[in-house]
Design a protein around this ligand. Sequence first.
Ligand code: SF4
Ligand code: SF4
Length: 509
Amino acid sequence: MVEALPGDRIHAFPGGLKLRHHKAVACEHPVKRPALPDRLYIQILQHQGESGELLVTDGDRVRAGQALTSAGDDFIVPEHAPTSGTIETITDHPAAFPPGGTQRAIVLVPDGRDEWVECRPVADWHNASPGTLIDHLHQSGLAGMGGAMFPTAAKLRGDWPQLRTVILNGAECEPWIACDEMLMRERAQDVIEGGLILARAAGAERVVIAIEDRMGVVDDRLRAARQALGAEDSVRIRKVFTVYPEGGERQLIQALTGREVPHDGLPQDLGVVVHNVATAAAARDAVLEGRPLIERIVTVTGPGIAQPRNFLTLIGTPFSHLVDSAGGYAEPVSRLILGGPMSGTALASDAIPVTKGSNCILALTERETAPTQPTMPCINCGECVRVCPARLLPQTLFRLIEAENLDAAADYDLSDCIECGCCAAVCPSHIPLVDYYRHGKDELVRRRLDRRRAALAKRRYEAREERLARQKAERQARRKAREEKLKRPEKAQDEIQAAIERAKQNKKT
Ligand code: SF4
Ligand code: SF4
């Protein structure tokens, strides 16, 4: 039953799909820590923003929790050593983003001793200033763990006079992912404490934890933990309908408040800020224990996995190691996905390492992926419009992108597409609509960058022309001055000659 709160009710958002869930298979066993892998590949950029400066080099010995890259402004989040060992090298390594590409990674060979640097918790966080808490979370390497990897400090900082509520997003709506559900089951109290810390850092009054109405066990454990902490007044637990993509930030806010985040606005404009429940638990670990973000729960599941389950995994662990820890591949895998089947990314390799935002590895077999129907022309049925939670016109966007008319697609709010995949899932013509939107968005970003580069090059060219003209004018002025100077002795000579002539004339007279 949806929790009744004075003046509060759960709202519907437009579109969406009811999907069959397959989470139980990975939730049968408690979260387990896998064996230590031979090598960890720690990507130096794991968040939206830029990477910090490297603080280590080949051959360095490091301890767990040691910063490997430096922190900068809120968009430069540091990375930390997940365990003790030796830096073997720093190299390009397969990565999930860009698809099929590589990222710079620090290769750490663990020594098995797990020696830690000294952990520095925040003393008396209840009375610490928001700025102190935000700086501490930033130095602890926190970035959103729900998949978007937005730097946590950047989300918290800011003068939002009407910010009242921190929403913890536990509505895990993709049908196979279960890492947040297991986290809330096993660490309910830590999630709540983390939420209270985030609320203090953001200057908010209360925490709302949003879970799906099918999460009965989670609901019980959160309520018991809230009672144990005596936090009934400041923490609310709200069940939202199990509809995909309920876990999308904008959809969740609409479900909880009945209000839409403005097209060009932010959740803070409505007085709320949303963090993933795993980010909240990591905030608790950073503040109460002084432990930076070095591990997360990853769901390893799908019909292609022998023993699906959830692992508490060190950042940098190769996916292949997790698959081995889950009993290996059960049968030939035809598609490996990071995330869920609706919005996840197909992986080119299982050598890719776990990052702060890696929530699930899903292995699908021929059975789930085989009947790839041929793509047919759009029949204008309008099904895609009906299910789009962002109120877009998917078929129009598709046609515009197909015609490479990207400026028009931008005018039709292509950037508002959350790539949820609802439209593609219902399209009777089997058009891979999301691929078009991703291509369109990438192309728009590329064009914007090209335009910025061209403008920069033009400014540089104009500045160079100006500089050359100025130097030429200066050269001419200098030459003229020199000539003037050289002319002066002749002038003096002429004057002397004139004086001699005048003297001669005087003598004659
Ligand atoms: S992928 Fe984009 S266009 Fe398609 S339903 Fe989702 S938000 Fe709408
Ligand atoms: S669902 Fe597919 S066929 Fe129907 S209008 Fe949308 S793009 Fe066209």
